[in-house]
Write a protein that binds this ligand. Sequence first.
Ligand SMILES: C[S@@+](CC[C@H](N)C(=O)[O-])C[C@H]1O[C@@H](n2cnc3c(N)ncnc32)[C@H](O)[C@@H]1O
Length: 339
Amino acid sequence: MSDPSMIPPPAAIFRLVSGMWAAQAVATAARLGIPDQLAHGPRTAGEIATALRADPSAVYRLLRGVASVGVLSTEADGRFALTPVGECLRSDVPGSMRSLIIAEMAPGHWLPWGNLEHSVRTGKPAAPGALGMDVWEYYKQNADEGFLFAEAMSGMSTMAMQAVLASYSFSGARKVVDVGGSHGAFVAAVLQRETTATGVLFDRPEVVEGAGATLQAAGVAHRVERVAGDFFQSVPAGGDVYLLKHILHDWSDDECVQILGRVRDAMTPDARVVVAEMLIDDKGPPSPAPLLDLNMLVMLSGRERTAQEFGGLFASAGLKLHGVTPTHSPVAVLEARRG
Ligand SMILES: C[S@@+](CC[C@H](N)C(=O)[O-])C[C@H]1O[C@@H](n2cnc3c(N)ncnc32)[C@H](O)[C@@H]1O
């Protein structure tokens, strides 16, 4: 029954409901460090429960549930092992997705999603009502969850980077400014390839402060200046490449034009603005973009956009869309320059 159209319609609805249970179960296993415990080989539920000092029966039920969705496998002797999907949830693998699933299932996202209806009725994000503040302030005040979110962005970037770098060339880049670059996974990947270029990682103060380990691990820390600030005020000047990955989708059209205006103020005359986003394309292959768009609706003032809509934003900011490069991932690269 792998073809969804073969599933009886009521069962398809039940499968959607169980998707919520699965996501929380996998996030809980990740938060408890279970994939790390299985990194060196299969273990019994009892061994894991002892290590966690958790209820043995409940740990067994969690492992069984998580195995039922392909994150773990069960050995003939009953021990649990990591599948390739489970391997991605180890904390020590490059491009780990552990932080992503934990952050997306944590209160900062979980509580606003509980009130999607508010967003649909009003067109406004549910996050401020659910969290008592906007999500960036929430992450500042809840630093552990904020750090996880930034690490989650690194996982997302690593997932998309191979495809972006395979399709789009940063050749000739001299000074690459990653605007809202989180912990810098994107700029690090570009600098690993463009070995004579330098980088500027620009984000909110509490975010750039936490970026050291990512840049060190990528071997580019000595070539990246970390700058804290607010991209509605100004953006570091003098870059010839301005990266904006998953930035514009967070914001309304007016806010995007403001951010792009600050980039335009800062860039050298020959600079390019490189925007990496999922595109809404009704004629394209199935894509996570429509659901990511709902995440923007519930969390922020932004939205996912068509290539044409991005072209309109660039034009309003005095920039011109020069090209759209699809990649072998849901992320496309849009390049803009001064008009
Ligand atoms: C969705 S994340 C994208 C991170 C990164 N570009 C990536 O794709 O992995 C948005 C980023 O924008 C940053 N951000 C939000 N408001 C900002 C502001 N006013 N000035 C600078 N950065 C901001 C957040 O801290 C966060 O790192």
